[in-house]
Design a protein around this ligand. Structure first.
Ligand code: HAM
Length: 412
C-alpha cells in the first residue's frame, strides 16, 4: 500500500524549508526586540474552550472544528486558533497580569483546501494582556508590520476598523439589512438575526451590492472607543505605518471588542488574501473564567507568508554547506575528525561516510551546492596539508587542517 498525506495538509522540505526557517527567525528576532516571550500551549483542548471563546455562530465553530471523543469520552478539539488556548493558559497558570507573549504552532480547520488555505497550518501569533491603552494597540500593529518587513514581505496593505459601536448601531444596521434581505445570500439571511455585522464582510456580489450605503460603524463608536481609535491612528501615522480605515472589516471570530486589523496582499486568491489579522478582545479573559483583563493580539499564517515570498522571488533556492569533505577510502577517520573540528568552529559542512570514488563525492558536493570541497587523499596526508577547492571559481589551495576554518570564513 502506498500512503499519501491527507487532503489539506503538507510536507515542507528543501528548498522551501529555508524560507520557513527565515520567516521564523525573522519573527523571533523581532519578538526579542519588543520583549515578548514565548508561550507553548497544547494542540488539544476541551471543545467548549473554543465554542465559548470564538463564538457558537462563527464559521470555525459551526463548520471547521476537528473534534473527537477521546478514550474516556471527553470531547476534544485540535485547536483551530491560538488565542483561546493562550487565554486559558494565562488564567490557569495565574500569569502576571501584564504579559506579552508569542507563539508558533499548528492550527487545524476543516476548510476547503486551496493555495494558502490548509486544514493544518502554522500560525505565528501574539497575545498581550493587561494593557488597555491605545499605545498597546499601536505597539502590536507596529510589531506585526516589523515582522512582515523583516520576513521580506513587500506591499502588504493594512486595513483597520473599530468594533466598539454604541448600542443604537446594531439596531440601525439590522433594520437597514432587513430591508435588503431579498438580495442577500442564504448564509447572510441566517446571519441577519445572529450577527448582522458579519453580513458587511460577505464576499458574495449580491450581498456586496445590498450592503452599499449601510450605516458605518466608524460613525457610531462609543465616545471612549472613538477617542482611542483616533489615538491609535495618529500613533500609527507617527510611526510611518500607512493604513486604510475599512468600516466593513469585521473579522470571523466573535471575541473582538474594539480595534481590529488585517494585513492583506494581492499575491494570493481573494478568499485567502489576509496574511495577518488580529485585534483587541477585552472581554475574553473574563468570559473564559478569569478576571476582567484587557487584551490584544494577532496571528499570521506561515503558509501565506511563504506563498507571498515565493510569488515575489520567483524560484526558491537553498544555500548549500560552506564545506564538503571528500576523502580517499583509507582516510575516512581523518575526514570525520576534520568535519567535527570544522563544525566546532561554526562552519556548516557535510561529508558522506561510505567508501566512494572521488568523482562521486565531487558530484555530491556540487549537487549540495557546497562553497568549498576539502580533499583528503594520499598526497594530502603525506604533506600534512589538505586541498581546499573553491567550488565557484575552481581555485585550489593547500592548507593545514588547523587553518582551514579561518580560510573558509575569510572567503565568503
Ligand atoms: P484568523 O483571522 O482566523 O485569526 O487567522 C489569522 C491568520 O491565520 C490568517 O490571517 C491567515 O494568515 C492564517 N490562516 C487562517 N486560516 C488558515 C488556513 N486554513 N490555512 C492557512 N492559513 C490560515 C486568528 O486565528 C486569531 N486567533 C488572531 C488573533 C490573535 N486575534 C487576536 N489574537
Amino acid at each position: 500500500m502506498k500512503y499519501q498525506r491527507l487532503r489539506g495538509v503538507k510536507d515542507v522540505f528543501s528548498p522551501d524549508n529555508s524560507v520557513w526557517e527565515s520567516i521564523i527567525a525573522a519573527a523571533v528576532s523581532v519578538f526579542k526586540t519588543y520583549n515578548y516571550s514565548l508561550i507553548i500551549t497544547p494542540t488539544i483542548e476541551e471543545i467548549s474552550l473554543f465554542s465559548r471563546g470564538i463564538g457558537e455562530a462563527s464559521d470555525i465553530v459551526m463548520k471547521e472544528m476537528y473534534d473527537f471523543n477521546d478514550k474516556k469520552g471527553r470531547h476534544i478539539v485540535l485547536r483551530p486558533e491560538g488565542t483561546a488556548s493562550v487565554v486559558r493558559a494565562y488564567i490557569e497558570n495565574s500569569l502576571p497580569e501584564k504579559s506579552d507573549m508569542y507563539y508558533i504552532g499548528q492550527m487545524f480547520r476543516y476548510e476547503r483546501p486551496q493555495t494558502g488555505r490548509y486544514r493544518e497550518f502554522y500560525q505565528i501569533g501574539v497575545e498581550s494582556f493587561g494593557d488597555a491603552t491605545p499605545y498597546k494597540d499601536a505597539e502590536v500593529i507596529i510589531l506585526a508590520s516589523a515582522i512582515l518587513k523583516a520576513a521580506g514581505i513587500k506591499d502588504a496593505v493594512l486595513n483597520i476598523n473599530c468594533l466598539a459601536a454604541d448600542a443604537g448601531y446594531y439596531e440601525k444596521l439590522k433594520n437597514f439589512l432587513e430591508e435588503k434581505k431579498s438580495g442577500l445570500c442564504g448564509d447572510c439571511k441566517n446571519k441577519l438575526s445572529r450577527a448582522p455585522i458579519r453580513v458587511l464582510d460577505c464576499k458574495n456580489e449580491g450581498c456586496r451590492q445590498a450592503v452599499a450605503g449601510a450605516p458605518l460603524i466608524t460613525e457610531h463608536l462609543t465616545p471612549g472607543a472613538g477617542a482611542s481609535f483616533s489615538k491609535i491612528k495618529s500613533l500609527l501615522t507617527a510611526a510611518g505605518i500607512s493604513f486604510t480605515v475599512n468600516p466593513a472589516m469585521v473579522r470571523g471570530l466573535d471575541y473582538y471588542t474594539a480595534v481590529v486589523f488585517e494585513f492583506t496582499t494581492d499575491k494570493l486568491g481573494p478568499q485567502q488574501n489576509t496574511i495577518l489579522a488580529g485585534g483587541r478582545y477585552d472581554n475574553l479573559v473574563e468570559e473564559l473564567g478569569g478576571k476582567k483583563t484587557p487584551a490584544t493580539g494577532f496571528a499570521m499564517g506561515i503558509e501565506r507568508l511563504f506563498e507571498v515570498l515565493k510569488a515575489q522571488e520567483g524560484t526558491i533556492t537553498e544555500a548549500g554547506p560552506e564545506a564538503f569533505i571528500i576523502v580517499d577510502k583509507e582516510f575516512i577517520d581523518r575526514g570525520f575528525e576534520l568535519v567535527n573540528s570544522l563544525r566546532n568552529s561554526g562552519i556548516r559542512c557535510a561529508m558522506g561516510y561510505q567508501e566512494r570514488s572521488f568523482k562521486s563525492q565531487f558530484r555530491e558536493a556540487e549537487s549540495k551546492k557546497a562553497g568549498f570541497a576539502v580533499i583528503i587523499g594520499e598526497t594530502e596526508v603525506n604533506t600534512g596539508k589538505y586541498s581546499v577547492k573553491n567550488m565557484a571559481d575552481g581555485s585550489q589551495k593547500e592548507i593545514e587542517a588547523a587553518g582551514i576554518a579561518a580560510y573558509i570564513k575569510g572567503r565568503p
